[in-house]
Design a protein around this ligand. Structure first.
Ligand SMILES: C[S@@+](CC[C@H](N)C(=O)[O-])C[C@H]1O[C@@H](n2cnc3c(N)ncnc32)[C@H](O)[C@@H]1O
Length: 281
Protein backbone atom coordinates (compact mmCIF):
# COMPACT_ATOMS: atom_id res chain seq x y z
CA UNK A 1 0.00 0.00 0.00
CA UNK A 2 1.33 3.44 -0.90
CA UNK A 3 2.37 5.43 2.20
CA UNK A 4 0.51 8.42 0.78
CA UNK A 5 -2.74 6.42 1.04
CA UNK A 6 -1.87 4.94 4.44
CA UNK A 7 -1.44 8.47 5.87
CA UNK A 8 -4.29 10.08 3.93
CA UNK A 9 -6.49 10.50 6.99
CA UNK A 10 -4.13 13.10 8.46
CA UNK A 11 -5.60 15.61 6.00
CA UNK A 12 -9.05 14.95 7.47
CA UNK A 13 -7.75 15.34 11.02
CA UNK A 14 -5.99 18.60 10.10
CA UNK A 15 -9.15 19.99 8.45
CA UNK A 16 -11.33 18.85 11.39
CA UNK A 17 -8.97 20.68 13.77
CA UNK A 18 -9.13 23.82 11.63
CA UNK A 19 -12.93 23.72 11.68
CA UNK A 20 -13.71 22.63 15.21
CA UNK A 21 -10.76 23.43 17.49
CA UNK A 22 -11.59 27.07 18.27
CA UNK A 23 -15.39 26.61 18.60
CA UNK A 24 -14.68 23.70 21.00
CA UNK A 25 -12.20 25.77 23.03
CA UNK A 26 -14.84 28.51 23.21
CA UNK A 27 -17.27 26.01 24.78
CA UNK A 28 -14.58 24.88 27.24
CA UNK A 29 -13.94 28.52 28.14
CA UNK A 30 -17.63 28.92 28.96
CA UNK A 31 -17.84 25.55 30.79
CA UNK A 32 -14.41 24.49 32.11
CA UNK A 33 -16.04 21.40 33.67
CA UNK A 34 -15.96 19.89 30.16
CA UNK A 35 -12.29 19.12 30.78
CA UNK A 36 -13.11 16.59 33.51
CA UNK A 37 -12.58 13.00 32.27
CA UNK A 38 -16.26 12.24 32.92
CA UNK A 39 -17.16 14.97 30.36
CA UNK A 40 -14.77 13.92 27.57
CA UNK A 41 -17.50 12.16 25.58
CA UNK A 42 -19.53 15.38 25.67
CA UNK A 43 -16.49 17.36 24.60
CA UNK A 44 -15.96 14.95 21.73
CA UNK A 45 -19.62 15.46 20.77
CA UNK A 46 -19.12 19.24 20.65
CA UNK A 47 -16.06 18.81 18.44
CA UNK A 48 -17.96 16.39 16.19
CA UNK A 49 -21.02 18.65 15.86
CA UNK A 50 -18.79 21.47 14.58
CA UNK A 51 -16.72 19.19 12.36
CA UNK A 52 -19.76 17.56 10.79
CA UNK A 53 -21.30 20.93 9.89
CA UNK A 54 -18.63 21.08 7.19
CA UNK A 55 -17.66 17.41 6.70
CA UNK A 56 -21.29 16.30 6.51
CA UNK A 57 -21.84 18.46 3.42
CA UNK A 58 -18.69 17.19 1.67
CA UNK A 59 -19.33 13.57 2.60
CA UNK A 60 -22.90 13.78 1.34
CA UNK A 61 -21.75 15.35 -1.94
CA UNK A 62 -19.12 12.64 -2.35
CA UNK A 63 -21.69 9.93 -1.63
CA UNK A 64 -24.60 11.28 -3.63
CA UNK A 65 -24.43 8.61 -6.37
CA UNK A 66 -24.40 5.55 -4.06
CA UNK A 67 -26.88 7.21 -1.67
CA UNK A 68 -29.27 7.95 -4.52
CA UNK A 69 -28.95 4.40 -5.89
CA UNK A 70 -29.72 3.03 -2.41
CA UNK A 71 -32.40 5.47 -1.24
CA UNK A 72 -34.03 6.80 -4.41
CA UNK A 73 -33.73 3.97 -6.97
CA UNK A 74 -35.89 4.05 -10.11
CA UNK A 75 -37.68 0.93 -8.83
CA UNK A 76 -40.02 2.68 -6.40
CA UNK A 77 -40.72 -0.56 -4.51
CA UNK A 78 -37.12 -0.55 -3.29
CA UNK A 79 -37.27 2.95 -1.82
CA UNK A 80 -37.51 3.57 1.94
CA UNK A 81 -41.18 3.57 2.87
CA UNK A 82 -43.63 3.78 5.78
CA UNK A 83 -41.93 4.38 9.12
CA UNK A 84 -38.28 5.16 8.37
CA UNK A 85 -35.69 5.13 11.16
CA UNK A 86 -32.49 7.02 10.27
CA UNK A 87 -29.69 6.01 12.66
CA UNK A 88 -27.30 8.86 13.50
CA UNK A 89 -29.20 11.35 11.34
CA UNK A 90 -26.70 14.11 12.29
CA UNK A 91 -27.51 17.47 10.65
CA UNK A 92 -30.07 15.87 8.31
CA UNK A 93 -28.12 15.13 5.14
CA UNK A 94 -30.13 12.02 4.29
CA UNK A 95 -33.74 13.17 4.58
CA UNK A 96 -33.71 14.83 1.13
CA UNK A 97 -33.27 11.40 -0.53
CA UNK A 98 -36.60 10.18 0.83
CA UNK A 99 -39.71 10.01 -1.32
CA UNK A 100 -42.19 12.05 0.76
CA UNK A 101 -45.16 10.24 -0.80
CA UNK A 102 -43.89 6.86 0.38
CA UNK A 103 -42.69 7.80 3.88
CA UNK A 104 -45.32 8.32 6.58
CA UNK A 105 -42.91 9.01 9.48
CA UNK A 106 -39.29 10.08 9.46
CA UNK A 107 -37.76 8.95 12.76
CA UNK A 108 -34.51 10.86 13.07
CA UNK A 109 -32.34 9.28 15.77
CA UNK A 110 -29.43 11.49 16.76
CA UNK A 111 -27.86 11.33 20.26
CA UNK A 112 -25.84 14.51 19.68
CA UNK A 113 -28.53 17.08 20.44
CA UNK A 114 -26.30 19.93 19.21
CA UNK A 115 -27.17 18.64 15.74
CA UNK A 116 -30.92 18.75 16.29
CA UNK A 117 -31.67 22.33 15.13
CA UNK A 118 -30.25 21.78 11.61
CA UNK A 119 -31.71 18.27 11.48
CA UNK A 120 -35.14 19.67 12.31
CA UNK A 121 -34.79 22.41 9.72
CA UNK A 122 -33.67 20.10 6.85
CA UNK A 123 -36.43 17.64 7.79
CA UNK A 124 -39.00 20.45 7.47
CA UNK A 125 -37.58 21.38 4.06
CA UNK A 126 -38.20 17.76 3.03
CA UNK A 127 -41.79 17.92 4.31
CA UNK A 128 -41.48 16.27 7.74
CA UNK A 129 -42.74 18.19 10.80
CA UNK A 130 -42.98 17.41 14.48
CA UNK A 131 -46.23 19.43 14.61
CA UNK A 132 -48.11 16.86 12.46
CA UNK A 133 -46.22 13.82 13.82
CA UNK A 134 -44.46 13.00 10.54
CA UNK A 135 -41.10 13.87 12.14
CA UNK A 136 -40.08 12.06 15.33
CA UNK A 137 -36.76 13.16 16.82
CA UNK A 138 -34.97 10.73 19.15
CA UNK A 139 -31.88 11.50 21.20
CA UNK A 140 -31.06 7.97 22.37
CA UNK A 141 -28.38 5.75 20.84
CA UNK A 142 -29.18 3.13 18.19
CA UNK A 143 -28.28 0.45 20.75
CA UNK A 144 -31.11 1.53 23.03
CA UNK A 145 -33.90 -0.36 21.29
CA UNK A 146 -36.16 -0.14 24.37
CA UNK A 147 -36.02 3.68 24.24
CA UNK A 148 -36.67 3.64 20.47
CA UNK A 149 -39.75 1.45 20.89
CA UNK A 150 -41.14 3.39 23.84
CA UNK A 151 -40.73 6.69 21.96
CA UNK A 152 -42.56 5.24 18.95
CA UNK A 153 -45.32 3.98 21.23
CA UNK A 154 -45.58 7.43 22.84
CA UNK A 155 -45.98 8.84 19.31
CA UNK A 156 -49.02 6.61 18.77
CA UNK A 157 -47.31 3.84 16.75
CA UNK A 158 -48.20 0.28 17.76
CA UNK A 159 -45.19 -1.64 19.02
CA UNK A 160 -46.94 -4.98 19.61
CA UNK A 161 -44.86 -6.20 16.68
CA UNK A 162 -41.60 -4.67 15.37
CA UNK A 163 -42.95 -1.42 13.85
CA UNK A 164 -40.33 0.08 11.52
CA UNK A 165 -40.51 -0.46 7.74
CA UNK A 166 -37.06 0.83 6.87
CA UNK A 167 -33.88 1.32 8.88
CA UNK A 168 -31.21 3.48 7.28
CA UNK A 169 -27.62 3.77 8.48
CA UNK A 170 -25.36 6.16 6.62
CA UNK A 171 -21.90 5.95 8.20
CA UNK A 172 -23.29 5.49 11.70
CA UNK A 173 -22.76 1.82 12.54
CA UNK A 174 -19.05 2.68 12.56
CA UNK A 175 -19.78 4.70 15.71
CA UNK A 176 -22.35 2.77 17.75
CA UNK A 177 -21.02 0.71 20.65
CA UNK A 178 -21.17 -3.08 20.13
CA UNK A 179 -22.40 -2.81 16.54
CA UNK A 180 -23.09 -6.51 16.02
CA UNK A 181 -25.32 -6.73 19.09
CA UNK A 182 -27.01 -3.44 18.13
CA UNK A 183 -27.71 -4.62 14.57
CA UNK A 184 -29.11 -7.93 15.86
CA UNK A 185 -31.49 -6.27 18.29
CA UNK A 186 -32.60 -3.64 15.76
CA UNK A 187 -33.45 -6.40 13.28
CA UNK A 188 -35.15 -8.61 15.90
CA UNK A 189 -37.14 -5.98 17.83
CA UNK A 190 -37.50 -2.87 15.67
CA UNK A 191 -37.57 -3.89 11.97
CA UNK A 192 -40.88 -5.20 10.64
CA UNK A 193 -41.11 -8.50 8.82
CA UNK A 194 -40.66 -7.57 5.12
CA UNK A 195 -38.92 -4.34 6.15
CA UNK A 196 -35.54 -3.28 4.76
CA UNK A 197 -32.25 -2.38 6.45
CA UNK A 198 -30.22 -0.09 4.19
CA UNK A 199 -26.61 0.81 4.78
CA UNK A 200 -23.90 2.98 3.29
CA UNK A 201 -20.93 2.47 5.60
CA UNK A 202 -17.17 2.61 5.55
CA UNK A 203 -16.04 -0.90 6.50
CA UNK A 204 -13.00 -3.06 7.14
CA UNK A 205 -11.21 -3.56 3.83
CA UNK A 206 -10.98 -7.00 2.23
CA UNK A 207 -7.31 -6.23 1.56
CA UNK A 208 -5.01 -7.28 4.41
CA UNK A 209 -2.61 -4.34 3.97
CA UNK A 210 -5.40 -1.74 3.97
CA UNK A 211 -7.11 -3.48 6.91
CA UNK A 212 -3.80 -3.35 8.82
CA UNK A 213 -3.64 0.44 8.44
CA UNK A 214 -7.32 0.80 9.32
CA UNK A 215 -6.67 -1.11 12.58
CA UNK A 216 -3.51 0.92 13.19
CA UNK A 217 -5.28 4.28 12.94
CA UNK A 218 -8.57 3.22 14.58
CA UNK A 219 -7.62 4.27 18.18
CA UNK A 220 -6.58 7.77 17.04
CA UNK A 221 -9.48 8.24 14.62
CA UNK A 222 -12.00 7.24 17.28
CA UNK A 223 -10.80 10.12 19.50
CA UNK A 224 -10.97 12.71 16.72
CA UNK A 225 -14.35 11.54 15.37
CA UNK A 226 -16.52 10.85 18.41
CA UNK A 227 -16.11 7.08 18.65
CA UNK A 228 -16.04 6.29 14.91
CA UNK A 229 -14.00 3.11 14.13
CA UNK A 230 -12.27 2.51 10.80
CA UNK A 231 -12.00 -1.24 11.30
CA UNK A 232 -15.55 -2.53 11.54
CA UNK A 233 -16.83 -5.25 9.19
CA UNK A 234 -20.36 -3.80 9.33
CA UNK A 235 -21.38 -5.36 5.99
CA UNK A 236 -20.39 -8.80 7.31
CA UNK A 237 -22.31 -8.21 10.55
CA UNK A 238 -25.44 -7.43 8.53
CA UNK A 239 -25.15 -10.56 6.41
CA UNK A 240 -24.74 -12.73 9.54
CA UNK A 241 -27.92 -11.66 11.33
CA UNK A 242 -30.06 -14.60 12.38
CA UNK A 243 -33.55 -14.92 13.81
CA UNK A 244 -34.96 -17.66 15.98
CA UNK A 245 -37.51 -20.03 14.42
CA UNK A 246 -40.53 -21.41 16.27
CA UNK A 247 -38.71 -24.74 16.87
CA UNK A 248 -35.79 -22.93 18.57
CA UNK A 249 -33.35 -23.28 15.65
CA UNK A 250 -31.80 -20.23 14.03
CA UNK A 251 -31.83 -19.13 10.42
CA UNK A 252 -30.78 -16.13 8.38
CA UNK A 253 -32.93 -13.09 9.10
CA UNK A 254 -32.97 -12.15 5.42
CA UNK A 255 -35.48 -13.01 2.73
CA UNK A 256 -33.19 -11.29 0.24
CA UNK A 257 -30.17 -9.06 0.36
CA UNK A 258 -27.87 -7.30 -2.04
CA UNK A 259 -24.64 -5.54 -1.21
CA UNK A 260 -22.24 -3.73 -3.47
CA UNK A 261 -19.21 -1.46 -3.30
CA UNK A 262 -19.01 2.25 -3.98
CA UNK A 263 -18.26 2.53 -7.68
CA UNK A 264 -14.84 3.80 -8.67
CA UNK A 265 -13.41 3.74 -5.13
CA UNK A 266 -9.65 3.27 -4.86
CA UNK A 267 -8.93 -0.13 -3.28
CA UNK A 268 -6.36 1.53 -1.05
CA UNK A 269 -8.89 3.93 0.43
CA UNK A 270 -8.92 3.73 4.24
CA UNK A 271 -12.63 4.59 4.05
CA UNK A 272 -13.65 1.60 1.96
CA UNK A 273 -17.44 1.84 1.50
CA UNK A 274 -20.04 -0.88 1.34
CA UNK A 275 -23.64 -0.31 0.31
CA UNK A 276 -26.43 -2.79 0.98
CA UNK A 277 -30.14 -3.48 1.19
CA UNK A 278 -31.32 -6.37 3.38
CA UNK A 279 -34.97 -7.43 3.49
CA UNK A 280 -36.22 -9.22 6.62
CA UNK A 281 -38.15 -12.51 6.36
C1 LIG B 1 -20.22 10.04 10.77
S1 LIG B 1 -21.66 10.71 11.41
C2 LIG B 1 -22.79 10.33 10.10
C3 LIG B 1 -23.99 11.17 10.16
C4 LIG B 1 -25.06 11.06 9.10
N1 LIG B 1 -25.63 9.74 8.99
C5 LIG B 1 -24.57 11.60 7.79
O1 LIG B 1 -24.49 10.81 6.83
O2 LIG B 1 -24.31 12.79 7.69
C6 LIG B 1 -22.14 9.55 12.69
C7 LIG B 1 -23.34 10.01 13.50
O3 LIG B 1 -23.68 8.99 14.44
C8 LIG B 1 -24.07 9.62 15.65
N2 LIG B 1 -23.93 8.66 16.75
C9 LIG B 1 -22.96 8.59 17.69
N3 LIG B 1 -23.21 7.59 18.53
C10 LIG B 1 -24.37 7.01 18.13
C11 LIG B 1 -25.16 5.93 18.63
N4 LIG B 1 -24.80 5.25 19.70
N5 LIG B 1 -26.30 5.64 17.96
C12 LIG B 1 -26.66 6.33 16.86
N6 LIG B 1 -25.95 7.36 16.36
C13 LIG B 1 -24.83 7.69 16.98
C14 LIG B 1 -23.13 10.81 15.76
O4 LIG B 1 -23.63 11.78 16.66
C15 LIG B 1 -23.08 11.28 14.31
O5 LIG B 1 -24.09 12.19 14.03
Amino acid sequence: MKLMNAFSLWDDIRIALQIAFFPTIKEVWKKPGLLWPSQWRRLSGIFMAHTWLVFGVGVDENAKVPKARLLSPSDEEKRPQGIVLDLGAAHGHTVKYLDRDRVSHYVALEPNTLMHPKLRSLSSEAGFYESDGSLIMLSCGAEDTKAILSSLKAAGISTDKPPVDTIISIMTLCTVPEPQRTINSLVRDVLKSGGAFMIYEHVLSHRDDVAWWQRFWAPLWTIAFDGCRLDRPTDAYLKMVEIQCADGTKESAWKEWKSWLKEGEDEECLFWHAVGRYVKK
